[in-house]
Ligand binder design. Structure first.
Ligand SMILES: Cc1cc2nc3c(=O)[nH]c(=O)nc-3n(C[C@H](O)[C@H](O)[C@H](O)COP(=O)(O)OP(=O)(O)OC[C@H]3O[C@@H](n4cnc5c(N)ncnc54)[C@H](O)[C@@H]3O)c2cc1C
Length: 576
């Protein structure tokens, strides 16, 4: 046996931390902790042998700002991201219209100009990223045991090491560690062992595949005006979503030249049995998204894989414990991929876990810290889940869904985005005002999601020919860039309070505009009953009053609720 191998074998016995699962969550946590506390000894155990395949490895390819910031700024992977992956041109949605045969007429929501570099996001080739992370953590002195399977975890009481049994190509090995972090993804090793699984009432399914070919929505139309809508950047670099009642289809470009395509459906509205093989999925696309299907049909010989996942959403009762175990990534919770929150929840959990464990290893009593971090993480996870639960029917309505996406995005930039970019989440306990605002925001969020559902019952769908740009609305630009301004703590707290107040104003505007529209436009009994019920709701009344009060000084363009109509009106006014 070579010297290095002997040293590794000896070192394999006792660690500060054993991370069980070396997917993106486990690998990044190892790197983060090593950077924060270089003396920490870390073992990562991964079932698959490295290098893993590129292009067709895992889902989780589209990033949003928190995950992108985590990988780029906190882990220092900027160069790798910029040279080995694609820049993402935001989330772009096309809403259903007349059988979906002409993309140029579908209502489109997206960017027309490139967002600033400091809020860049990426389209990740997951295999390529995990291979790089495997290489980097090895270089950093972390023991990376790939091709090895965790067989058993024996959690021990305080002052004793936890024990882990690993099936290695050379046989079974026992290791011990002060901390055990489950990063085994959907295998949920510890969640199952500790019976922490929590059912959710969101039931949705996904199927996806990769093609060794670039699917480019820009090729689907020759309409010059439609092409000219985009001033900078290229549509294909967006995470393009084709939306319909109870479904969305993702189209994500990968740096290898491949494209990832996925169909995600509400389990009650679309039968999983009609799409769980490639030929069936293609038939389903022919029926619902014919332009997409025709493009894929021409290139089906370039199919690289086909995967399915039924009922992918689940919660968890507890994710971090002062008994020296934590669950991260999908070993903890799995929500819904519509806005790509998986990578964000991973970044948030990893940062909280890194804080928890490094403090514990430095000798701090972490009982309170563990409880607070655990509650905070579950608060975000539960709040995000409510943006998906029972909301898939909205996807067939361009106006409501556009308002919802803008609302959800504004919330994301104003609340978790602002706090994460300022490294505030792990320090919320020091700021009672932030905790109060978080609780307030959580109630607000539930109400607005319910309002969207009630609105759907009244509203017809079928809008066409509109292009809504995130940056049409100055508040979107302000919230997006606002994440990155690096405020000192006191100013950050004030900004956070202002952001929550602004969201209340925005919600008040939503309620006010919709109530007024229906009150005057329809005498239908159902409509009028709903209007009366909204008007009698004290929470909505408070939001509307706040909106009216704040709007004198800070008016908001209501085009985000009305498919941009007020914007056109304003332009006319200016032109006149
Ligand atoms: C349909 C769908 C689409 C998605 N799209 C996106 C998206 O666009 N953007 C986004 O951010 N998120 C997305 N997600 C979520 C994203 O996939 C996850 O957040 C992310 O992959 C979780 O990473 P992880 O490291 O926890 O799990 P994984 O990447 O699955 O890693 C777990 C690792 O543990 C290993 N392992 C398991 N059991 C053992 C064992 N016994 N011993 C040793 N090793 C073991 C596995 O081999 C694996 O490598 C999507 C999810 C779904 C379901």
């Amino acid at each position: 046996m070579k010297d290095q191998e002997m040293m590794e074998k000896a070192a394999l016995d006792t660690y500060d931390i054993a991370i069980l699962g070396g997917g993106i969550a486990g690998l990044t946590l190892a790197l983060q902790i090593k950077k924060a506390r270089p003396a920490t000894s870390i073992l990562v155990v991964e079932k698959q042998e490295h290098p893993v395949p590129e292009s067709a490895h895992k889902v989780g390819e589209s990033t949003v700002e928190i995950q992108a910031y985590y990988l780029r700024n906190m882990l220092g992977l900027q160069e790798h991201l910029q040279t080995q992956h694609l820049p993402k041109y935001g989330l772009r949605l096309f809403f259903s219209l007349d059988g979906n045969r002409n993309i140029a007429r579908r209502v489109e929501l997206g960017h027309a100009v490139l967002p600033p570099q400091r809020v860049s996001t990426y389209q990740l080739d997951r295999g390529r990223l995990e291979n790089e992370l495997g290489r980097v953590i090895h270089q950093e002195g972390i023991v990376f045991c790939d091709g090895s399977k965790v067989q058993r975890i024996d959690l021990q009481p305080a002052n004793e090491f936890h024990r882990v049994s690993i099936l290695h190509p050379d046989g079974v090995r026992e290791v011990q560690a002060r901390w055990v972090v489950d990063a085994s993804g959907r295998n949920t090793l510890l969640q199952r062992q500790l019976r922490l699984a929590k059912k959710v009432s969101h039931h949705a399914n996904a199927v996806w595949f990769r093609l060794d070919y670039r699917v480019d929505v820009n090729q689907w139309s020759n309409d010059a005006a439609w092409h000219e809508r985009i001033h900078e950047g290229q549509r294909f670099l967006s995470t393009n979503h084709l939306m319909g009642p109870g479904y969305w289809v993702w189209i994500i470009p990968l740096a290898s030249g491949s494209t990832s395509v996925g169909i995600v459906t509400d389990a009650k509205m679309h039968s999983f049995g009609e799409m769980n093989r490639f030929e069936l999925a293609l038939n389903w696309l022919h029926e619902h998204e014919p332009q997409c299907a025709e493009d894929i049909e021409r290139h089906k010989d370039e199919l690289q894989d086909f995967r399915v996942m039924k009922n992918y959403s689940y919660g968890c009762k507890q994710v971090f414990s002062d008994e020296r175990w934590c669950l991260i990534g999908e070993a903890g919770v799995s929500l819904d991929p519509l806005y790509s929150p998986g990578g964000d929840l991973m970044a948030i959990a990893n940062s909280l876990v890194s804080d928890l464990i490094t403090n514990a290893l430095d000798g701090e009593d972490i009982e309170d810290r563990a409880a607070i971090h655990n509650q905070l993480f579950l608060l975000f996870a539960n709040s995000w889940l409510s943006t998906y639960e029972r909301q898939y029917p909205l996807m067939g309505n361009a106006q409501i869904m556009t308002a919802k996406v803008i609302w959800d995005t504004a919330v994301y930039w104003a609340v978790p985005g602002l706090l994460y970019f300022h490294d505030k989440l792990r320090r919320v306990a020091d700021s009672p005002s932030v905790i109060i605002q978080l609780a307030r925001f959580s109630v607000l969020s539930e109400h607005v999601q319910a309002f969207f559902r009630e609105w759907l019952v009244l509203a017809p769908s079928g809008a066409s020919d509109a292009f809504i740009k995130y940056y049409d609305f100055d508040f979107m630009v302000r919230l997006h860039i606002g994440m990155t301004v690096e405020l000192p703590d006191v100013e950050l707290e004030n900004q956070f309070i202002a952001n929550v107040r602004f969201l209340e104003q925005l919600a008040g505007q939503l309620a006010s505009v919709i109530i007024e529209t229906f009150e005057h436009e329809s005498q239908d009994e159902t409509v009028q009953n709903q209007v009366q019920s909204w008007k009698a709701d004290p929470f909505l009344a408070e939001l509307i009053a706040l909106y009216q009060q704040d709007s004198h000084e800070h008016p908001i363009n209501s085009g985000w609720i009305t498919l941009g109509r007020q914007k056109e009106y304003q332009y006319q006014e200016i032109a006149e």
